[in-house]
Write a new protein. Structure first.
Length: 582
């Protein structure tokens, strides 16, 4: 080979390499803005992680932030024990439950600094965490909250948080009307010397928008949301902050214990060493499932955090700047409901993650009922506010295939006005978010095991008896309970039934079945999509295929029953009538 041929050969190889590099750069930069953001985020995560200290598990040594063992104390509710009132206090207690949804007479007799049981797994006592964790603003939104439940939430945070990691407790009043939440509250929090701040909405905004305002006003690097009737557990804060310290795009969620709304007993919801995580069913109701083996195998210790598709909504921690960067909560969501799913899907699909933290425990009072209304926030809205929120969430974050899962389960949602979602869709595109199919395959893969896709509906709406001219009704009862018939009243949850191709007759997440006692509302079999019913389009009869009898109204007492099928008898005939919101 002469010198000219050698140069040509080298030049050809150089041109080939340059062409390959150009191709790689072309395909890598088809979305240059998103790729630049992702590259920058990966660079930040890698560099910051290299500079971080790591937590250490020492089985023969207590963790560095473990508090001293609390000495036993006597008094109402101490140790998390139930507190029982005297007989002559029952009337006052009943009134307080009607007003607040919980027994404030019991709560008021319990110390704001009461001791509670340690519900953590024993491993948790042996973790040591870095001493340079970020500082948190604990944000507590309230509206017409009881006095002692609100202040016990604050006091437990002050008592059980390492002060170097607690920037502040920020109380955000969503336009309360109760007198004790006015000047009396302002005077009380002065004793905390600025560690507790109070801001107030000038009008009612609802939980979702008020939380966003709390994040905007917070001073801490991490914003940590609590409900206004909680008690935080021992050494609860460092375990929540640590994963965020490692990766700012991580949301952390404590395990939630229960506090009885009548006697204020503090008790764990989860027993033993089994861990659970948040999932959902296709009507967008929050559920929980045991941590699947696929996720469990990624951890060395049972006390380590683990990934979860979603969370209950009220209690979590997140980097404040990151929370605001991803739009906080969708401002189009109304009052409350669905915000936990909206934030969860957004975090996962747009590059973050959610970790449940077994070593952080927080007790929460589950009210007997919601003790207040939403006033003008709910005015002029057709249909359930929560269902409107759910529709908005699924229209932004679900793929078309999965949207139908929701509409099959909640047919009336198709007719509800969810507002404009243009900005949310633009944000989703700007953040280069992944598909919902990716989320289901990589994160929420255990959902379909418990809640399979529902077959298409054959009918839905009112189920009206031809002779009685009344409609099948759950009578407002919880399962298992006998069903009945009542005046057909249109758009209401008690009378809107769906019948799918597999014979499942249901309302919401409940199913209709029958036994020797009668026609019943029951809990649908977990993992099932079928049922025992068959509707004859010609005779308008509804056959129970197992019992070989038809749904009927007894002509003498107007009670719902099952009888041998008689296609000529109008008391055996039923018609579906589709209902839309007025």
């Amino acid at each position: 080979m002469n010198i000219i041929q050698l140069r040509r050969s080298r030049l050809l190889r150089l041109l080939t390499v340059l062409l390959l590099v150009a191709c790689v750069l072309f395909f890598a930069n088809r979305n240059p803005v998103a790729n630049a953001v992702n590259s920058q985020n990966d660079h930040i995560k890698t560099n910051s992680l290299q500079a971080k200290k790591l937590s250490v598990f020492t089985p023969d040594k207590m963790g560095n932030f473990e508090p001293p063992v609390e000495a036993p104390r006597s008094g109402p509710g101490e140790g998390g024990k139930p507190h029982v009132l005297l007989p002559d206090q029952r009337n006052e207690a009943s009134q307080s439950i009607s007003e607040f949804g919980m027994n404030m007479v019991v709560s008021d007799e319990i110390s704001l600094s009461r001791t509670i049981s340690d519900t953590r797994t024993p491993e948790c006592k042996h973790w040591s965490y870095p001493d340079d964790l970020p500082k948190a603003s604990v944000v507590i939104v309230f509206h017409n909250e009881g006095w002692s439940t609100l202040l016990r939430t604050v006091q437990s945070v002050i008592d059980r948080s390492p002060p170097q990691f607690l920037e502040e407790v920020l109380l955000v009043d969503d336009f309360s009307e109760k007198a004790h939440l006015k000047r009396k509250l302002e005077d009380f929090i002065e004793k905390y010397n600025g560690k507790v701040r109070l801001i107030r909405n000038k009008e009612r905004e609802g939980l979702i928008r008020t939380r966003t305002r709390g994040a905007e006003e917070a001073r801490g690097e991490v914003v940590l949301f609590l409900d206004a009737h909680c008690e935080v557990g021992l050494n609860w804060l460092p375990p929540l902050l640590y994963p965020i310290y490692l990766d700012r795009t991580t949301m952390t969620v404590p395990l939630i214990d229960g506090i009885d709304h009548e006697n204020f007993e503090y008790r764990p919801v989860y027993q033993g060493e089994t861990n659970f995580r948040g999932i959902f069913e296709w009507g967008m109701l929050y559920k929980e499932n045991e941590v699947p083996e696929r996720e469990a195998q990624t951890r060395t210790y049972n006390s380590e955090p683990y990934k979860a598709p979603t969370h209950a909504g009220g209690l979590f921690a997140i980097d404040r700047a990151y929370f605001l960067e991803i739009g906080a909560y969708d401002p189009g969501l109304l009052v409350w409901g669905g915000e936990n799913f909206e934030l969860s899907f957004k975090i996962w699909q747009c590059g973050g993650k959610i970790l449940w933290v077994p070593c952080s425990r927080v007790g929460h009072v589950y009210r007997g009922f919601m003790p207040y209304t939403f006033g003008k926030l709910a005015a002029n809205k057709k249909g359930s506010l929560i269902t409107i929120n759910y529709k908005r969430v699924i229209e932004v974050w679900f793929d078309d295939k999965y949207k139908e899962f929701f509409y099959t389960r909640e047919p009336t949602a198709r007719f509800l006005d969810m507002g404009n979602i243009t900005q949310q869709l633009e944000m989703k595109k700007r953040l280069n978010c992944k598909s919902f199919a990716w989320f289901m395959e990589e994160v929420a893969y255990d959902v379909l095991d418990k809640y399979p896709e529902l077959p298409a509906n054959l009918h839905w709406g009112e189920l009206r008896n031809t002779a009685a001219r009344q409609c099948l009704d759950t009578m407002g009862h919880q399962p298992p309970s006998l069903m009945g018939i009542s005046h057909c009243h249109g758009f209401g949850n008690n009378q809107l039934f769906r019948l799918n191709k597999a014979g499942q007759l249901g309302v919401g997440e409940r199913c209709v079945n029958a036994d020797s006692q009668g026609v019943k509302l029951v809990v649908c079999r977990l993992g099932s999509v079928d049922g025992p019913w068959e509707y004859d389009e010609t005779s308008k009869t509804l056959l129970h295929k197992v019992l070989k009898r038809c749904l009927a109204v007894h002509p003498q007492n107007n009670h719902l029953t099952l009888l041998p099928c008689d296609t000529a008898n109008n008391y055996h005939r039923w018609e579906f009538r589709e209902i839309q919101p007025k």
